[in-house]
Design a protein around this ligand. Sequence first.
Ligand code: ATP
Ligand code: MG
Length: 325
Amino acid sequence: MSALAQESEGDVVVLDKLCKRFRGRAGSADIVAIDDTSFRIPRGATVGIVGESGSGKSTLVRCILGLISADSGRAEVLGVNTVGANEQVLRSLRRRAGIVFQEPYEALDPRMRIGDAIAEPLRLHSTLASDQIGDRVGELLEMVLLDPALRTRFPHQLSGGQQQRVNIARALATEPELLVLDEPTSALDVSVRSEVLSLLVRLQNQLGMTYVLVSHDLPTIRAVCSHIIVMYLGRVVEQGTVDQVLGSPSHPYTRFLLGSALSLDPDVKTAPPETRPTVLDGAVDRRGCCFAPRCMEAIPDCSTTVPVLAHRGSPSLVACLRAGE
Ligand SMILES: Nc1ncnc2c1ncn2[C@@H]1O[C@H](COP(=O)(O)OP(=O)(O)OP(=O)(O)O)[C@@H](O)[C@H]1O
Ligand SMILES: [Mg+2]
């Protein structure tokens, strides 16, 4: 499968210099949520996007799908540029590119029965007659391992794990080619998380979709994804296959994330990795590497030169002036 930087015929997502700022509070600088980001996602890949809270993961996937408007650059999804696209274009794309959000209950209309919630995208985007829609709702419930009898229930009558399965069924209703999952399991109990994740893996194998999975959790990414993108304050700092990035991490921030994950694992006796304390702030000075103020390996050039993503003697693409030294 091609890498995230190589052009291929079957790319499902092509980002080119995407930028998104939010206005800062009165008197403070704008927040740069996405900073000049470019990558490609080949068909059939499962791409994990990781980074600490505030690194721009949700903004990135929302800009990709046109749910919020990027300021500049291109975001081609299945051949459609979503930057500046009108509502009609985005509506027809929604059939082919779905999203599942973190909070299962908030994504559902509390007054709508489960069966109607799953039927809604079919009514909007398909030409199926009502009895065919009813059959398809039953099929979708079975596909996400829910009893079709649950179709008459309201969202509050289901558990969090069941609600998230309904959201997945809704997203699958129109047979999308791309499914974006923004922290789909982080609001669920630990015991239910792995069930929902294995369901997602099984569905991908069965339906051959491309996934973009946003997650804080590196073990999840390792278990589920083929590729990984590591973000820090709106920039991609490292990207490649999961083996390349997690097997031999080349950016100090990736090593920090891996070390932090290990230090939380009760089976591994490791001290948390060292960084300089800082507040993650999208309004940071962007003339150099955004991670430099925290980085124990930074040299003076790191504060004045923006490192571009490149192979620097590393298997992955890495944005660090010191990589490969
Ligand atoms: N609507 C908004 N208005 C102003 N600032 C915003 C808005 N949405 C996001 N931001 C800011 O943009 C930056 C990136 O936020 P984003 O939600 O994309 O991060 P994230 O990586 O998804 O974090 P988390 O892991 O907590 O979900 C943050 O500094 C955030 O405060
Ligand atoms: Mg988020």
